[in-house]
Design a protein around this ligand. Structure first.
Ligand code: ADP
Ligand code: MG
Length: 541
């Protein structure tokens, strides 16, 4: 009799082989079904409620995937590609998940029939590579050095990114604003130089773009009303200093013999404070901002000398002010001179909705801007912020890499046709595999139709016919339940979005197909999955 070999700890579960791949694919399918309906201009939104009851309404694939809190180890890959798409290009997060899911779905029959994973993986890689090459070939580039044309292109890309969001009614308004915002930045286009603030109330169209830094007025003490609220070309001191008489700390102990001695301690504190205030005044600074509190004495002092102050300014706002207006954030007032003070053209305190805002415009140093979003419900403004983020990312990407393709399924259909044509020239299993990938690409137009309530079979047939006739940019026409030339209809997307989505989806597909064993040791991790729970943590469905 063979001796029994015990290799793994007791309680370790291992599932392996073909059935493991299939079960992973099924798990991914379940994830894809969660985001499927959000794709496109007629996509639905998801309302997600977290443990603490915080509700989020979103149409953004990455946001939904993040909040889903997936536990299945293979399905997590899809969450990761959505996140990476979000970080890399900002848009196309739903598409990437859908594509990966469809690739897997199309590969499933091959796995079931016993084709080896490695052969499938090779074909998937090859098909992706060819597709990307083809995108680069057919992508349309605007003429160089034509400012107006570039701007138009950027606006259209931004509008397409926003057309699937809650704010699609206002997309013209916002696409102009987003392009303006990105144009205000310097060459590196740093994302953190665009501040986004939300003020409840007003209509979406009241959203405004400030060419400079703006932040909400901070808590202020008596005397603040007397300070001037407007300067032109003020010097700005940015501090990390408390300008307040401090109450004794709990654990401080001072032993005193007489009242006079106590008076001395108090006097010393006042002297220290007044010394700081005087230095600030003498430096010529007109606006004093501090990360730490500015107390009532200081507020009054500044008011008497026609200076403005704001304490407890949030860190990111102070940093943005520093980057925009120059100067440094000081921890001492010992050497105040012009080199450490910032400046700007105009400083204003303005009422926006129910809040007052401190606004710095005409900043000499870095170029920066702030978008102040107005709107009703909190969730609505948050979704607006996410949508603007998508659009801003797209515009940033498109300014650097300005090739565009037509959206609405047009590019996917063209790639599908291309791959199908190529596959006919290849012999062997690869032919089947590549044409399966070609079929998988059709998922985008099909889903766009399904989400809009169109007859997807009908429209897909028309699309296939048009593309076979050599019409590159025919895609789904969402407005008229038909097909149309989406390049003419200005549904434009940067080719980078599509390239990134394709390569991420194919990577994820290859990764999942290459895993044929899951070994789980309950003692090393978080403990066994609750029995009877389908699909959780590597269990087969
Ligand atoms: P993602 O998170 O992938 O960006 P979206 O919900 O934003 O998902 O949907 C994007 C899809 O909608 C793209 O395939 C895009 O081409 C398509 N799309 C956007 N605007 C239009 C439009 N006006 N007509 C047809 N399709 C559109
Ligand atoms: Mg989008």
């Amino acid at each position: 009799m063979q001796p029994q070999i015990i290799l793994l700890k007791e309680g370790t579960e291992a599932s392996q082989g073909r059935s493991q791949i299939i079960s992973n694919i099924n798990a991914c399918q379940a994830i894809v079904d969660c985001v499927r309906t959000t794709l496109g201009p007629r996509g639905m939104d998801k309302l997600m409620v977290e443990a603490q009851g915080k509700a989020t309404i979103s149409n953004d694939g990455a946001t939904i995937m993040k909040l889903l809190d997936v536990v299945h180890p293979a399905a997590k890959t899809l969450v990761d590609i959505a996140k990476s798409q979000d970080a890399e290009v900002g848009d196309g997060t739903t598409s990437v998940v859908l594509l990966a899911g469809e690739f897997l779905k199309q590969m499933k029959p091959f796995i079931e029939e016993g084709v080896h994973s490695q052969i499938i993986i090779r074909s998937v890689r090859k098909a992706t590579q060819m597709a990307i090459q083809y995108i680069n070939e057919i992508a349309v580039k605007p003429k160089k050095n034509d400012e107006k044309e570039l701007r138009e292109l950027l606006e259209k890309c931004a509008a397409t990114a926003m057309s699937s969001k809650l704010i699609n009614q206002q997309k013209d308004f916002f696409s102009k604003m987003v392009v303006d915002a990105v144009m205000l930045l310097d060459d590196l286009l740093p994302l953190n130089m665009i501040g986004i603030k939300k003020v409840p109330g007003g209509a979406l169209e009241d959203t405004l773009l400030v060419a400079g830094v703006a932040f909400k007025k901070t808590f202020s003490y008596a005397g603040f009303e007397m300070q001037p609220k407007q300067y032109s070309q003020p010097k700005i001191a940015l501090l990390n200093i408390e300008l307040e008489l401090k109450a004794e700390r709990d654990n401080a102990e001072v032993r005193l013999e007489s009242v006079e001695e106590y008076q001395k301690v108090v006097d010393a504190e006042w002297t220290i404070l007044y010394d700081k205030l005087e230095k600030l005044h003498l430096s010529g600074a007109k606006v004093v901002l501090s990360k730490l509190p500015i107390g009532d004495v200081a507020t009054q002092y500044f008011a008497d000398r026609d200076m403005f102050c704001a304490g407890r300014v949030p860190d990111e706002d102070l940093k943005r002010t520093m980057k925009a207006c120059g100067g440094s954030i000081l921890t001492t007032v010992a050497d105040l001179d012009d080199s450490v003070l910032g400046t700007c053209q105009n400083f204003d305190e303005k009422q926006i909705g129910g809040d007052r805002f401190n606004i710095f415009t005409g900043c000499p140093q870095a170029k920066t801007c702030t978008i102040i979003i107005r709107g009703g419900a909190e969730q609505f403004m948050e979704e607006t912020e996410r949508s603007l983020h998508d659009a801003i990312m797209i515009v940033r990407r498109a300014t650097k890499n300005d090739a565009v393709v037509a959206g609405g399924g047009a590019i996917e259909m063209e790639l599908s046709k291309y791959l199908r044509d190529v596959s006919r020239t290849i012999a062997g299993k690869e032919q089947m595999l590549i044409s399966a990938i070609a079929r998988a690409l059709e998922v985008i137009p099909r889903q766009l139709c399904d989400n809009a309530g169109f007859d997807s079979t009908n429209i897909l047939n028309k699309l296939r016919q048009k593309h076979a006739q050599g019409n590159l940019w025919i895609g789904v026409d969402i407005l008229n339940e038909d097909v149309a030339d989406n390049m003419e209809k200005c549904v434009w997307e940067p080719s980078l979005v599509k390239i990134n989505a394709l390569s991420a989806a194919s990577e994820a597909t290859c990764l999942i197909l290459s895993v044929d064993e899951t070994i789980k040791n309950p003692k090393s991790g978080e403990g066994p999955a609750p029995p009877g729970r389908p699909g959780g943590r590597g269990r087969p469905f």
